[in-house]
Design a protein around this ligand. Structure first.
Ligand code: CTP
Length: 418
């Protein structure tokens, strides 16, 4: 049997995360969160309140994190006088998920009655809470006032969401899902990243050009590479606008999403947001041609096979290059080239023609690479003629490498290679 590999996430790598778990049935979701953070490379120290330990065993968390999980028993043990300080010190983030109404009240009023609340009082790192409570408790003015106090102090509150609660009542009170929490954790840890204060625009997915009200001319782009680039830019602290064609993907937490369908809509959106952007990553597969005239009504089979006259669409990158010559933005322009032959020469020509700083070229005919796949084999070419050929790797890692290059161009530092 082989060991399955973890999925490292650089922004979480070796970061110390304190995970406080309080007494809600949603505590079972904290186990998944602990597991995912650990798999991503974080060091997760779990503190369970007495009520939480009735829902979930400390051993569950210990097994998932490979580290000791703490309870109030430890507060009175041999390490007691330093434990809460030790846990709080050096932590990059304190996450309390689920956070009950009682815990929120304690946090808001500075009560220090158990290991978690004492640690929270001692901690100087950011605090993220994921409220979870049953019918009516969230809306209660007391809870709202406590949350307001916490937010004013800079506490990040994620959720709760609508849905069925343990009592069977439906309403606002369910804890946000671990995926959502993970996105907010990444966002919080990325605040001081190398792209903090920078604006990055990413385009992703394919465009769709209408033939009639129900049919479109589309392409095979899944949007995976573009969405991974958006996440990698967020993980470096950038403010990210993701301009996306139709995809089945969930946008990364924190990205401002602009949904478009056609090349014309994409061109409009990109030109608008690029006026103030530091970087444009043009990963979208924009249609090159569209029907000159879409049929106003659904085409009928009995009308026979229709003939379409095609016209060129906007070349979005060319328009951005033109605008950049006048306004100076975006500072860094990155194109993508999907080639099925003569990769390097075709990509180099595109880099020059479109006035790019970098081009990321991929051979779409290679196995396990390109459209819809989770992995990609790309070559990055820069304006100085440098060629970096990367091996087959997950699209998330390709995104990291592209962002390393972009960060180097933007900050004027030499790229050392990964
Ligand atoms: N692109 C664009 N607008 C278009 C078509 C493409 O901005 N109408 C961008 C893509 O997002 C990509 C780069 O141009 O970053 C290269 O796209 P690609 O389709 O590989 O190249 P084309 O310039 O369209 O050339 P060809 O299709 O002939 O290879």
């Amino acid at each position: 049997m082989s060991k399955t590999s973890a999925t490292p996430i650089p922004v979480l790598q070796d970061r110390r995360i304190l995970l406080g778990v309080t007494g809600s049935v949603a505590a079972y979701k904290a186990a998944e969160l602990a597991s995912r953070l650990t798999q991503a490379g974080a060091q997760v120290d779990v503190i369970l309140t007495r009520a939480a330990a009735r829902f979930m065993a400390p051993l569950t968390f210990q097994s998932l994190t490979g580290r000791r999980a703490y309870t109030d028993e430890d507060l009175w043990g041999a390490e007691a006088h330093v434990l809460h300080i030790g846990l709080a010190e050096g932590a990059d983030l304190l996450v309390i998920a689920p956070a009950t109404a009682n815990t929120l009240a304690k946090l808001a009023h500075g009560l220090a009655q158990d290991l978690l609340s004492i640690t929270a009082l001692a901690a100087r790192c950011p605090l993220l809470v994921a409220p979870a409570m049953d019918g009516g408790m969230y809306e209660n003015p007391a809870t709202q006032a406590n949350l307001q106090t916490l937010r004013e102090r800079g506490v990040i509150s994620v959720g709760p969401v609508e849905g069925r609660m343990a009592s069977g009542l439906a309403g606002l009170g369910r804890m946000a899902e671990p995926t959502e929490l993970l996105g907010h954790i990444r966002l919080t840890l990325a605040r001081s990243g190398p792209l903090a204060g920078r604006r990055v625009v990413v385009t992703a997915g394919g465009t769709q050009e209408p033939l009639d009200p129900v049919r479109v001319l589309a392409n095979r782009s899944s949007g995976k590479q573009g969405y991974a680039l958006a996440q990698a830019a967020l993980d470096r602290g950038a403010a990210v606008t993701l301009i996306s064609g139709p995809t089945a993907l969930r946008p990364p937490v924190g990205a401002q999403v602009v949904q478009v369908k056609t090349a014309a809509e994409m061109a409009r959106a990109v030109l608008e947001v690029c006026r103030k952007a530091d970087v444009l990553l043009m990963a979208a597969a924009v249609a090159d041609f569209r029907p000159a005239q879409a049929a106003p009504q659904k085409l009928k089979r009995r009308q026979g096979i229709p003939a379409f006259h095609l016209e060129p669409t906007e070349d979005v990158l060319a328009l951005v290059t033109e605008a950049r010559q006048q306004g100076g933005f975006p500072r860094v322009l990155v194109g993508f080239a999907a080639e099925s032959q003569d990769l390097l020469n075709n990509a180099r020509a595109k880099l020059e023609e479109k006035g790019l700083d970098l081009i990321v070229a991929n051979d779409i005919s290679a196995p396990e690479s390109g459209f819809a796949s989770d992995s990609n084999r790309v070559t990055i070419i820069d304006a100085q003629g440098g060629v970096e050929e990367l091996p087959l790797m997950p699209k998330t890692q390709v995104a990291e490498r592209v962002l390393d290059r972009v960060t180097a161009v933007l900050t004027g530092t030499a790229y050392e290679g990964a």
